[in-house]
Design a protein around this ligand. Structure first.
Ligand code: SAH
Ligand code: SF4
Length: 420
């Protein structure tokens, strides 16, 4: 089942649409002072800034022309200078009996990004939760082989407003049915810590009581392990939850599953995460995608116990969502239970999660990957063969000989290939 919030459907192929970007900033990326300066520059009295902020952050308006609290000429002047929504048009697809809602957004240059809204009803002493999973980049440079976004490769960083507007849009949709957003997780497309400045700007907007106003403790940032960025985050001492995508505790296997490991090995990642927990007092959680016969043995579980023992960390085991182009599938429920039981016996807090929205591609990036089209069959076959060969070597304990992913340093992204 799907519906569209706009008449426009996403482009069939993000790579063939014009790459011109709309240079007007998004209102969702402006601070309170910047909004006030904008309103003053338009010759309006100061109290209008409050009305503009209310329209942006508190109303159900989806565009300037729906902001009826402002006079028409002012709406037109604002629309000329500032975009109300930087992630429209958006196509929605529902699954899990309507409790999971996947949004595919078209950015102004035609790039596609996804967000997923998950509804968890109240029960057993728990309040209702509405959690939004948001994207921080179009594509991703890290290239984890089981991830649909990794398959796309890096396209570009999102702007602050493009990140924040995913939450504003979901919040408006929820408000229409008398609900509100309770949690935001940076677990959509992209590696948030490789776009840290924009992610920090977005987190500031999302947790500012005068803007989005969500409690910092309801925000989770997930990272595949960019050590210098975790250290920078630690110095800021935020109250957000840090989630680390672990997926393997042994370097040879993690070199393959999370290629960032070739640059920052798992021991350094966990040391940085432990320091984050100590400085912030916030428990770090670890994500572990369960892949049949690859990272789900009891030897792997024991390696996780040795790595995380005494850190107070919590591990979430998630069955791998099927993604085209890999020879792998999810571990069986029995293997997942055996793995989780071993962690628990080793003193590690563990939860087995079910993946949501499988039929609409819950692993973020799957819808965008589908829109980008299937690579030719020989390419897929070669990729599968390579993964079988590399995982066999990794399971023998051999470290990867491939280089770390390119484009990890923002400065290096502008350099021509081969210039390093
Ligand atoms: N880049 C960040 C955040 C986005 S990915 C990171 O990797 O942490 C969010 C989570 O989805 C990660 O834990 C990632 O490993 C997981 N994921 C990606 N592809 C998946 C798949 N096919 N099945 C299950 N989880 C997947
Ligand atoms: Fe990037 Fe995260 Fe996907 Fe890895 S799992 S490719 S880091 S988005």
């Amino acid at each position: 089942m799907s519906k569209s919030t706009s008449a426009a459907r996403p482009a069939a192929d993000a790579r063939t649409v014009p790459s011109d970007r709309d240079l007007r900033p998004g209102i969702g990326g402006l601070g309170t002072d910047e909004t006030a300066a904008l309103v003053a520059a338009l010759g309006e009295p100061a109290f209008r800034a409050r009305q503009v902020a209310d329209a942006a952050w508190r109303s159900t308006a989806a565009d300037w022309d729906e902001v009826t609290t402002l006079a028409l000429p002012l709406r037109a002047a604002l629309a000329e200078r500032v975009r109300f929504d930087t992630v429209a048009p958006t196509t929605l697809a529902l699954s899990d009996d309507g409790t999971t809602e996947k949004a595919l957004h078209v950015l102004s240059d035609g790039r596609l990004v996804e967000s997923v809204l998950m509804h968890y009803p109240a029960g057993a002493g728990r309040r209702e939760r509405n959690t939004l999973c948001i994207s921080s980049q179009a594509g991703c440079a890290v290239g984890c082989p089981f991830c649909a976004t990794g398959e796309l490769g890096f396209e570009r960083d999102l702007e602050v407003a493009e990140i924040v507007d995913q939450a504003r849009l979901a919040s408006r949709r929820l408000a229409a049915v008398g609900r509100h957003l309770t949690n935001i997780v940076f677990m959509g497309m992209g590696e948030p810590l490789l776009n840290l400045d924009a992610v920090l700007g977005a987190a500031a907007a999302l947790t500012d009581p005068a803007r989005f106003g969500m409690g910092a403790r309801h925000l989770t940032i997930s990272s595949s392990g960019v050590v210098p960025a975790i250290e920078r985050l630690t110095r800021l001492r935020p109250q957000w939850t840090l989630a680390i995508s672990l997926h393997a505790a042994r370097d040879p296997l993690r070199d393959l599953l999370v290629p960032l490991n070739r640059r920052w090995p798992v021991g350094e990642v966990v040391a940085a995460a432990r320091a984050y927990a100590e400085e912030t007092g916030r428990r770090v959680s670890y994500e572990y995608v369960m892949i049949d016969g690859i990272n789900d043995t009891l030897v792997d579980a024991d390696a996780v116990v040795r790595l995380l023992r005494g850190s107070g960390a919590h591990v979430n085991c998630i069955p791998m969502n099927p993604v085209a182009h890999t020879p792998w599938r999810a571990s069986s429920p029995d293997r997942i239970t055996a793995f989780a039981t071993r962690l628990a016996a080793g003193g590690i807090g563990v939860t087995v999660r079910r993946n949501r929205g499988q039929e609409v591609g819950a692993a973020c990036g799957q819808l965008a990957a589908e829109q980008a089209g299937e690579p030719p069959a020989p390419t897929v076959a070669r990729r599968r063969e390579r993964l079988v060969a590399e995982s066999t070597a990794a399971l023998r304990g051999e470290r990867s000989v491939s280089p770390a992913p390119a484009g990890l340093d923002p400065a290096s992204r502008a350099r021509p290939p081969g210039s390093r």
